[in-house]
Design a protein around this ligand. Sequence first.
Ligand SMILES: Nc1ncnc2c1ncn2[C@@H]1O[C@H](COP(=O)(O)OP(=O)(O)OC[C@H]2O[C@@H]([n+]3cccc(C(=O)O)c3)[C@H](O)[C@@H]2O)[C@@H](O)[C@H]1O
Ligand SMILES: Nc1ncnc2c1ncn2[C@@H]1O[C@H](COP(=O)(O)OP(=O)(O)OP(=O)(O)O)[C@@H](O)[C@H]1O
Ligand SMILES: NC(=O)CC[C@H](N)C(=O)O
Length: 558
Amino acid sequence: MTNMLAIAIAQLNPIVGDVTGNRDKVVAAWETAADQGADIVLYSELVLSGYPPEDLVMKPAFMRHLRDAVDAICAHTAKRDNGPALLLTTPWDIDGTRFNAVLLIERGKIVDVRAKQDLPNYGVFDEKRVFAAGPMPEPISFKGVKIGVPICEDVWTPNVVAHLAKAGAEIFLVPNGSPFEADKGGLRRQLIADRVGETGAPMIYCNEVGGQDELVFDGGSFGLNGDGSLGVALPCFAEGVVTSNWVKGDDGTWACASDAPKVAHPTGLDAIYQTLVLGLRDYVNKNGFPGVVIGMSGGIDSALSAAVAVDALGPDRVRLVMMPSPYTSADSLEDAELCANMLRTGIESINIGPAMGAFDQMLAPAFEGREPDIAEENIQARSRGMILMAISNKFGHMVLTTGNKSEMSVGYATLYGDMCGGYSVLKDLYKTTVFDLCHWRNENTPAGAMGPDGMVIPERIITKPPSAELRPDQKDEDSLPPYDVLDDILHQMIEGERSVRDIVDSGHDEATVRRVWRLLDRAEYKRRQAPPGVKITPRAFGRDRRYPITNGFTNLVT
Ligand SMILES: Nc1ncnc2c1ncn2[C@@H]1O[C@H](COP(=O)(O)OP(=O)(O)OC[C@H]2O[C@@H]([n+]3cccc(C(=O)O)c3)[C@H](O)[C@@H]2O)[C@@H](O)[C@H]1O
Ligand SMILES: Nc1ncnc2c1ncn2[C@@H]1O[C@H](COP(=O)(O)OP(=O)(O)OP(=O)(O)O)[C@@H](O)[C@H]1O
Ligand SMILES: NC(=O)CC[C@H](N)C(=O)O
């Protein structure tokens, strides 16, 4: 039995469904780990299929591809003498039942298999739909060492780890597919510290990195020693293969050699901003777009969306379009141009006045006797949407929508107008966080940013009152409560699931709370038609928060 293990953590960015590409990444990471002298490589959850594979695993052809890829990995890794073993995670059929599994591959052979026992089926997770739960797992024996390999959710409660410890596990290696939420990094550390505290055995947590539709996996893999101290920590938001040496002491416990890297992880607005950047970058690149196109109004939402896009893709892949109407103020024109200059993108201008005139004329007979109202206002937003989609069709750039969570909550956006587009980076950010992030970005250049250093959003864009500019002198606060009030009410309703009574008791005006509740319920139909966007909060719209559109449960109920 060995008393030294060189353990490589492979923090990779797979593409869901791209089994061949993922196989090649697994092999490349294995080669790197072999060069680093690793004994064993730990990969993140379902690295071969990408996480979450969703219904792809229901296709027999997809499962066959995964088997073929595992065969290829076995064949490749058998060729190098003394290469490391792999703890490779993949969807896997055993006797006709499909599991979320981890394979121990040694010298080109699958020598052991374990399945995830605790399948998450809440929030954004739907694993019970596609996988069967495995039995309580037993430790895997590697070089005479008993290793516990619980998979992600298996470590979120004590049971599986306690069982493994009782069965003699001395060290835990945990593959994870844990998506980002604000402040989740600290929660994960605490959770792993709790498990380590319960068993006294070290735990190495390998997380995926990268964007997958609405989810961003922030990486940030780490290992804790048996006394709870930090042994090793990889960066967040970047791939990496890091081997650390773990040594068994005379007291029988394993500890990480002190020279292992311990990279500090970003928190707060820094982590949120980097999540937006990685989410957008991966959505655009993994789906093969040459870049994005954004309607640039001179307002704060399009400015922050543009800043994130430039940081994600570089200025050359971001196309900004100002589309003035007769209601567009001189300040907006100036601010949009200044922001584009600061972001080094350039900006083009396409006047929607002629389109508005044409629609007025075309609709005049149908609208005869009716006063201008929201129908005409929305034609402006829809004209802009039409122009952006035309540019997208012509040049291939994906349209980025700019709506934030406050607006999406209350339906403050025009269907087929400013809601038109393929992806939204601000979708899960309340307007108050939009303001905070603009300040943060002006004071900081995020790690890995492809945009310019320092200030990128003109101060006036942040300080002027938000306006949709769909009629003269329109301000958001004419139709909505001030954003600090609105956001607090929404936060209590959405993330807190609090009742009208509780929210009123927290200090808000009852009529306002009831109105916001009504708007929130009513706008569900719009949200179902909204593009996907980066999940940031514990309760993002979409698969995280599922409410009926046709909904008879009203705010008459407290
Ligand atoms: N339950 C339901 N299921 C399916 N469809 C439903 C529906 N209820 C209404 N509808 C349809 O939806 C239509 C109404 O939606 P829509 O056409 O979008 O129009 P609507 O929501 O009435 O107006 C858009 C609102 O967003 C504001 N806005 C627009 C643009 C930008 C900004 C900003 O500052 O960011 C704000 C604007 O000032 C206005 O208050 C109805 O005419 C009806 O056809
Ligand atoms: N004049 C314009 N030129 C280009 N795009 C526009 C213009 N006006 C609105 N848009 C697009 O429609 C979106 C909704 O803008 P609007 O001004 O109505 O509300 P907003 O939520 O305050 O957004 P912003 O803060 O970006 O102005 C904008 O973010 C932008 O993408
Ligand atoms: N893939 C999983 O099992 C993830 C579930 C876990 N609660 C997390 O968010 O990290």
